[in-house]
Design a protein around this ligand. Sequence first.
Ligand code: FAD
Length: 452
Amino acid sequence: MTEPQAKKPKKPRGVARLLDGRCIACGARCQSSCPVNCIEMTDTGEPVIEGAKCIGCLKCVKICPSTAIEMYFTPEEQKILDELAGSAVPVVEEIDDEAAALAKKLADYRGVWVFVEQTEGEPARVSWELLGVGAGLAHTLGVELSALVIGHNVEHLCGEAFAHGASKAYLMDAPVYKNYRTEAYVEACCHLIETWKPEVILMGATGMGRDLAGAIATRVATGLTADCTGLAIDDKRNLMQTRPAFGGNIMATIMCDKFRPQMSTVRPNVMPMPEYKQGAQGTIVRDAFSVPEENILTKVIEIIHDAHGKGAVDITAAEFIVSGGRGMMGPENFAILKELADELGGVVGASRSAVDAGWMPGDRQVGQTGKTVRPKIYVACGISGAIQHLVGMQDSDMVIAINRDRQAPIFEVATYGIVGDLFQVIPAITKRIRELKKQGQGARGKGQVESN
Ligand code: FAD
């Protein structure tokens, strides 16, 4: 004979009630969160909760910014709660239908995807950086890391994606995708998303990535966080997307916990390059989906390469950067930075103050609204180290800061700090490098003579 099973007790849900003197009249957030319309607002902006209608869903309690709402239990309900707390019998939690439907919807989406950006078959480096961070996310989630390769004659990029960590590549190769056009790429990406349902999609925060990510997020009705500087997974499989907010004064972590896929863009050089595994293999999933050319309004007539041509300076690719700020006092003084940069084989960068003052062109600006750089050595001269500047250079391998104010925040991220007048320090460093180079050449010359 089987033992009669103990009747599982139901956990009482209680009703919401307002605590005296705690409401801050935040703007009726509790009222708008209530699914059964049991909250009315007074003229002073405080809620009046109709207990008889309350279903104890806790939404108003959770949303209240001043913890002014609590759950009230009758003495009988409280007694059951106390008994349950001390009982070994499992409690039957009433599952919120809405939450259950949401959990089911989210569970349909699996996998981390990285969009491989290319122009005329040339990949953008940021795509590989994203595969690096994507691998960590995929590992935490226990899912595959896939590359999204779209273009014409771009199959070679699948192999490159495998070498940078992807184990699968979704390939759409057709003449209509030869040049990037928003309509064609959005159609292609949305088709793949609807078919395979990835839970995370990463794209470079480049001109193309920003355009495409925004259009896709709108089409598939999900959230998009731009210019992330940090990505991680929480214990509910949500992507924690960290980025500067309020002008860079705080770092905000943004979640998209009710919609999938979760989409982020990341600027070039923010994430480190992953290890390159020559000959790594993966699975290519070919999809013949194509968009009729006549459906696309944009036509590419000619590709005109960057007007600056070969003379243009790309500070994001430089290994050595000597940057100047407002402490340079004027455009003519940037000549001493150029001399030092030339000796190092590097380029001159600038803070926004220097750019805003017209001392340096905008493409040299480092920081939140400029470029993100990751050189081997970053020399900051007369730059205070505002957070908006730091987010653009703090991942450099080595930072050397020269500032006459020993309290300047730039010293907090500096590997070496020199407190002094840059007009004395920089020429002295340049002079010393020249001397050392001369000595080196002399020693090499001597060595050759001796060996002859
Ligand atoms: P200052 O803060 O004025 O610092 C000048 C420094 O030079 C001082 O520390 C001073 O001690 C030192 N100095 C002066 N003379 C000498 C000398 N003879 N020798 C040695 N040291 C000397 N800023 C960026 O750089 N990049 C960005 O992308 C960026 N984006 C922004 C986005 C937003 C939304 C906002 C609100 C701001 C942004 N800023 C950005 C501006 C940022 O907040 C700072 O105002 C700026 O970085 C300051 O530039 P600076 O360090 O050159 O000037």
